[in-house]
Ligand binder design. Sequence first.
Ligand code: ATP
Ligand code: MG
Length: 786
Amino acid sequence: MEKYLSQLNEAQLAPTLQKDGPMIVIAGAGSGKTRVLTYRIAYLMHQGVDPFNILSLTFTNKAAREMKERIATIVGQSEAKNLWMGTFHSVFAKILRTEADRLGYPSNFTIYDSQDSDRLIGAIIKEMGLDKDIYKAKQIRSRISSYKNSLITVRAYFQNPELIEADTMARRPRLGDIYKEYVERCFKAGAMDFDDLLLKTNELLTRFPEVLMKYQNRFKYILVDEYQDTNHSQYLIVRALSDKFQNICVVGDDAQSIYAFRGANINNILNFQKDYDDVKLFRLEQNYRSTKNIVNAANSIIDKNETKLDKVVWTANNEGGKIIVNRSLTDSDEGRYVASTIWETKMQNQLKNSDFAVLYRTNAQSRSIEDGLRKRDIPYRIYGGVSFYQRKEIKDVLSYLRLIINPADEEALKRIINFPPRGIGNTTIDKLVVAANSYKRSIFEVMKNIDKTEIRLNAGTRTKLLDFVTMIESYQVLNETADVFELAEYVTRKTGLIQEFKKDTTPEGVTRMENIEELLNGMKDFVEGQKEIADTTGSLAEFLEDVALATDLDADKGDADHVALMTIHLAKGLEFPHVFIVGLEEDLFPSAMSMGTRSELEEERRLFYVALTRAEKQAYLTYALSRYRWGKLVDSEPSRFIGEIDEAYLDIVTPMEERRFNPMLDADIFGDVMPSRTSTTDPNKIRFKPAKQAVLKKSMGEKKEPVKFQVTTPKNLKPVSKANDTENTNLFDNKLAVGNIVKHLRFGSGEVLSIEGVGADVKAEIKFQHGGVKKLLLRFAKLEVI
Ligand code: ATP
Ligand code: MG
């Protein structure tokens, strides 16, 4: 047997070696589903399958890249390079470019991001004279998006009285008209939005049998990760492509289906066995990721869901620490708790920042966590906020570049036609839009032929418009020979964009300039990288393709050492040694908007299951008793999800934030360090049973009881300075001597080699029997002399 296959257990080996036919692997978190897909691809290649014939669809581009890298170590870089691997969107964007003309699109079509779509929809609503408070652009976009993902085209919409009635009842009778106009405008601009990438692929495969055949023959083997979160549109694509050879392997976990709100259909996984003949079903049960405590706790949560497939998940890993539950008074305290715990744990165990992740339900929660981390100088990175490529200054630069590739791109044009200012006002732009709509041409074409049109503009304005056209056309010429970096560098200088941003000397302005610099650096990297790996030139078109579908996660090169902050949705498939799940409060998590029906609540619970199962070694659950939401301080109650975990797996620690009223503590960040949660002798540690019961009762729907505060010992309220800080620790610095044999909770027994420092900074170097030599700060390392 090949050596790499020995890195799989027997249950994993079975689906890996099952070469042909339809198959599904259903298994819980951390059981090696993604690993099976990876090794299966390597195995197929060893069996002589051409990498060009293997299509593998992942949830993020980052996951695809990591898989490819792993496969490359087994089969070699040059072969792995030829695999078709990526997200649905990136793979099918590539195919659509090749086939675009069949659908009447240029092959250089633009991909509109959600911001472009919102702006266009907003413009349409305005042009139609509709009330923008009733017709909210974002809401309309999400409605259109769900139609597209269910393959409800404009025509299908107008043929379906139920849909029309539903929108009319929702006080939006013109929704269909907006949808129609939006689709037409995208088409005219040579643009596809994200949902189009799937919708148009479906259209391509159904309308053109020869195209379907071509790709069916190409993709002899298809593999899909995270199958539980595919939507209808994605499902149909996979079905169509795999129909001929039926070599389809999907892996997923129904308990981790968390994208129903975006159209994901859990039935895709449940019905897979009905969709193909002779489906082989595989199950994996052993979790390799997490400790026993985490696995068992996660099992006890998902047990509460009624709709689920029966699954066993166990682990041979260590018991690990119990899941730590922490209560804070406010969201700021929660941030401080997270930061100080990371700081402490890092010191104690010599960990990296990247060993920690903080997961939350909504993006807005990151602020208080960030504040806490900043105060302690802990580097962090937020994933999934406004992506780098969506920032204003970056979009401005990219809009010039998009226009060079596709002059019909309406959103790009509107963005920069008068930025930097060149005297083309809004009235002129409005006239151009109207004319473009009536001539059924792009705005750029109208501008180019402005002298042949009947638009009433004065001579000065006409000249300005023609100058703009000439400028873009001159860049198009340059684009034929320059790479993306050279081109962008030239364009930003020549248009005066750089000078425009330089004028702004506020800190925000400086950041903007830095971002543009970063963009240019990124382009340089891209050009070098493309030349090295892909033997291509690093052209503008290639760059824009990359950028359009890049997510924040993809941009992470994994080289910097930072704590990761992200929503739980984004964390799917990832793993971190230490995971904080914050904001575990009713109405926040579960979200107030998702508690109306059992199925919504069950989806929230699956989300919690996903969050908890990201943790390898230690999980922390935190909640605050009050929190700023929508600018107001609101009281909150602990999430029912905490109460749902079997108590055997929990360690509920004393909320030390109650010391926060002490101004000295806030002034001295070293003073508000958490006492160790593992010490039983620590006077600060109080098990808050009564409060916990209040939580449980509440979650079981009993009468609301106020959650009781624990009375903290007066010592906590005393000003704490560095000098008496040791009082808060176990005073070991006086008793410990070189040569002592000590016991550490995590590392076991060891011998003290040396002691250094004074007061709160005393450190001991200890040689542990297992775990080598470690230097520990005694104020944190709860050591026991034996
Ligand atoms: P999720 O449901 O969260 O996507 P998954 O089922 O895809 O999880 P993987 O990410 O493939 O699980 O595996 C979880 C962790 O366990 C990874 O770090 C992986 O490398 C490790 N792992 C999986 N199988 C084995 C094995 N047989 N031996 C050692 N480590 C393994
Ligand atoms: Mg996975």
